[in-house]
Design a protein. Structure first.
Length: 225
């Protein structure tokens, strides 16, 4: 048994074939290709069987979990465990929100989206490390300042850098989304969503998690600041 549906995506046609047999897929795809060639040029043809599709999903999930785990290990070594846990929870937040937006709007989820999620993890972690590094620097400099005020001032000190970095990145991504064509549209859309969420989480989520978890502050009682 084989079924297929044709989706019209702004002058581009996406044909999705679902079948339990690879032979049926090949014959149906060949028939559809021959018919569509009369209407214009076919830019790309992909065939993914159910077994391969399942493997791709498993490997994609494994890649995301591995990336988050390595980030956890890296931050734990460079900072303290509170920083590491806060950064990883913020990353999980970014990934879940991005996947949730794609699910809510019923946007096709493929390998390019997995690649975008991994890129988002790296981008968000880079932003978070910048904020955390400034917080750690201020913890050493202002040893008796209230932690909430210290985190707030650290965010303000790095805010211009965060906004400018996100703005220039979004300029490139919007250009790719508008002029890059259908092939990379899903990737760039995921990246655009991820940059917004990553900027928000590194500023408001990761820092607040650090405040909730608390930070070890070993300072001299004789030092006023």
């Amino acid at each position: 048994m084989c079924k297929f549906k044709i989706l019209d995506l702004k002058k581009n046609i996406l044909v999705r074939v679902e079948s339990s047999s690879s032979e049926n897929n090949s014959s149906v795809l060949s028939m559809i290709t021959n018919e569509l060639e009369t209407f214009g040029e076919i830019q790309r043809t992909e065939v993914v069987g159910p077994k391969i599709s399942s493997e791709l999903i498993q490997k994609g999930i494994l890649a995301i979990i591995s990336a988050v785990g390595l980030m956890l290990f890296y931050i734990w070594i460079r900072f303290e465990w509170q920083f590491s846990l806060g950064a990883v929870l913020a990353l999980v937040h970014d990934v879940i929100i991005t996947i949730g937006i794609f699910s809510f709007f019923q946007i096709e989820f493929n390998l390019s989206i997995i690649a975008a999620l991994l890129t988002i993890i790296g981008y968000s972690m880079n932003d978070t490390v910048v904020v955390y590094d400034r917080i750690r620097e201020n913890l050493r400099k202002y040893k008796k300042q209230d932690l909430y005020d210290l985190i707030n001032s650290s965010i303000n000190q790095t805010l211009s850098r965060t906004v400018l970095t996100s703005f220039t990145t979004l300029l490139a991504l919007f250009s790719l989304y508008i002029f890059g064509g259908q092939v990379i549209k899903g990737f760039t859309l995921a990246m655009i969503i991820g940059v917004f969420i990553g900027t928000y989480s590194s500023t408001f989520i990761a820092s607040q998690l650090l405040h909730i978890l608390g930070v070890k502050r070993d300072w001299s009682k004789n030092n006023d600041n």
